[in-house]
Design a protein around this ligand. Structure first.
Ligand SMILES: CC(=O)N[C@H]1[C@@H](OP(=O)(O)OP(=O)(O)OC[C@H]2O[C@@H](n3ccc(=O)[nH]c3=O)[C@H](O)[C@@H]2O)O[C@H](CO)[C@@H](O)[C@@H]1O[C@H](C)C(=O)N[C@@H](C)C(=O)N[C@H](CCC(=O)O)C(=O)O
Ligand SMILES: Nc1ncnc2c1ncn2[C@@H]1O[C@H](COP(=O)(O)OP(=O)(O)OP(=O)(O)O)[C@@H](O)[C@H]1O
Ligand SMILES: N[C@H](CCC[C@H](N)C(=O)O)C(=O)O
Ligand SMILES: [Mg+2]
Length: 504
């Protein structure tokens, strides 16, 4: 594709005749990935200034550089803009085509992965070729490929979206993280539906305060979703009304779900041994849905997913029927094992104060004896959330063990101390395996163990090293591998099918 076609109408950049005819061979944002004929995006980031690599990118064959007007570019076309990430994204979106016919995006502090995965499953049950991009990676019915981030960088994101479309995927959903939204990592392709799950404390190291964090999320409804698109909003959150207002001001079709919702109104929710029964008012009738997932939070995510499917051509009858066959999301209230004493061990990705409240709240109706919560907090992330996490863990559990969860570049003892400051009475065991073993040793038949923070993760990040660590596997090992609940080493839908067989 020629450079002129890629930038037409996007910037005032003045290309001379020759330059406009240059064919582009691809896009790169890391100078080490530039190939001859590529367009390089030189962005100022949190750690590096991409403008420092312009010369190297030109040497590697870049034909054009998208950068601020102040940047110095020699030997290639300078596509100058005050917001280079935005222009780069819009150009790349013209290059990476086609994209799936229906694209939806989910934002919110918690529940993005769950809602995306449940949406993918509902589409698939409707016979559609569907995929998701998010924390778990790029997931199709056949495989899951990790990208390393919740919202990948713009080149990875758009190239994957077009790759999926070429493979025949017609329906795709992605997680729009606040980092991703503020860095324009998901622009350019038509997004018909945006969904909001909730907003609570996280990532304030990056955004500074809740208002800025909220504004980052609002870009989804104000800029990313198409002008005539839809907003699926969980209506029961403290921030929901503000979200609805922003989406309305943009002229989006509003579809609210939850107890305060009008499109899908949650009338009641009754936990059962292995799931919950939802009574939902929709289209003038009340429907009974036997959801095979536990936890109020997963009911909320399932309803958001239903909202997305209903806004991309699904019918109420099908969606409610399919909800009764949803499979658990990996690492979200995943029952890893039942100990010899009879205590179930649940692995959950709760890594915020609100997430912990949600995970604990999901398990409490099932606890006859004690709830033992094992938790930690990530290094090089929001430090203010740590004592708050400790506080809610100790408040709602019978016993808490504070342990390590990806200390990254920080001193793990300092992270634990930050948590312990809010968790008077908690036990501290730095080594995560030892903490899990201790909890399993302590737990009796009526107890439940919640292993929070790492969910699906496969490693403990210590400094620059990733030490293999899988909460589910470790829990099974520590429990003497009594009763396996799920298999983790297969493609998503195959694993699910196998579980279905085991259950029947
Ligand atoms: C704070 C943050 O969001 N960082 C991400 C972001 O970095 P950045 O734009 O600030 O870039 P930078 O590393 O300072 O570098 C600036 C520019 O120079 C370029 N560069 C840099 C070095 C070099 O040698 N050559 C070169 O060309 C880089 O490619 C970049 O374009 O873009 C980079 C490239 O895509 C990411 O690798 C990086 O993720 C880091 C590793 C990270 O930890 N990100 C986390 C915080 C994150 O993004 N999390 C969110 C939310 C998670 C959630 O759901 O809760 C996510 O979406 O995953
Ligand atoms: N709707 C919800 N309300 C409150 N808490 C939730 C909700 N959904 C999920 N959680 C909690 O957050 C954890 C992470 O869930 P999930 O992975 O779906 O969220 P996410 O938004 O994708 O997280 P991340 O920001 O890491 O990508 C869950 O394990 C659970 O503890
Ligand atoms: N996407 C989240 C995941 C946190 C998971 C937890 N295990 C941690 O490392 O803090 C983040 O990067 O903040
Ligand atoms: Mg996620």
């Amino acid at each position: 594709m020629q450079l002129s076609a890629l930038i037409a109408g996007l910037t005032d950049a003045d290309l001379n005749g020759d330059a406009s005819q240059i064919p582009a061979t691809g896009f790169a944002i890391d100078h080490r990935k530039v190939a001859a004929g590529n367009i390089f995006g030189a962005f100022r980031g949190a750690k590096f200034n991409g403008e420092d690599y312009i010369e190297a990118a030109v040497k590697a064959g870049a034909i054009a550089i998208v950068a601020r007007p102040e940047a110095v570019v020699e030997g290639a076309v300078h596509i100058a803009d005050d917001e280079p990430r935005r222009v780069f994204a819009l150009m790349a979106a013209r290059y990476f085509t086609p994209s799936p016919q229906y694209v939806a995006a989910v934002t919110g502090t918690n529940g993005k992965t769950s809602t995306s995965e449940l949406t993918r499953q509902l589409w698939r049950m409707a016979g559609l070729n569907s995929a998701s991009i998010g924390t778990l990676g790029v997931t199709t019915a056949d495989e899951q490929v990790k990208t390393g981030l919740t919202t990948p960088d713009i080149v990875t994101f758009l190239s994957n979206m077009s790759g999926l479309a070429r493979e025949g995927v017609s329906h795709a959903v992605f997680e729009a993280s606040s980092h991703g939204l503020s860095q324009y990592r998901t622009e350019g392709l038509p997004v018909q539906v945006g969904a909001f799950t909730n907003l609570s404390r996280d990532h304030l190291d990056y955004h500074g305060d809740m208002e800025s964090y909220f504004e980052a999320k609002m870009r989804l409804f104000e800029e990313v979703v198409e002008p005539n698109g839809s907003a699926v909003v969980w209506a029961d959150d403290l921030w929901s009304d503000k979200v609805i207002k922003r989406a309305m001001d943009r002229g989006l079709n509003i579809f609210t779900v939850g107890e305060q919702g009008t499109a899908l109104k949650l009338v009641s929710r009754t936990p059962t041994q292995l799931g919950q029964v939802l009574m939902v008012m929709a289209g003038g009738n009340t429907h009974r849905i036997a959801l095979p997932l536990i936890g109020a939070y997963q009911a909320a995510n399932a309803l958001c997913a239903a909202g997305i499917v209903l806004n991309t051509g699904g019918t109420l009858e099908d969606v409610f029927d399919h909800m009764q066959r949803l499979q658990p999301v990996r690492g979200r209230l995943e029952r890893a094992v039942i100990t010899k004493a009879g205590a179930p061990v649940y692995v959950d990705y709760a890594h915020t104060p609100d997430g912990l409240v949600a995970a604990i709240g999901a398990l409490l109706p099932h606890v006859k004896g004690k709830l033992i919560t094992i938790m930690g907090a990530g290094g090089d992330r929001d430090t203010g959330k740590r004592p708050e996490m400790g506080k809610v863990a100790i408040e709602y559990s019978d016993h808490v063990i504070v342990t390590d969860d990806n200390p990254r570049g920080e001193d793990p003892a300092k992270i634990r101390a930050d948590i312990m400051a809010g968790a008077a009475g908690a036990e501290e065991i730095g080594d995560r395996r030892e903490a899990i073993a201790k909890a399993i040793q302590q737990a009796g038949a009526d107890d439940i163990i919640l292993l929070a923070g790492k969910g699906h993760e496969q490693g403990q990040i210590v400094g620059d090293r990733i030490i293999p660590f899988d909460d589910v596997e470790v829990a099974r090992e520590c429990a003497g591998d009594q009763i396996r609940e799920q298999t983790r080493d297969q493609a998503p839908d195959q694993a699910h099918d196998k579980n279905a067989e085991q259950a029947s």
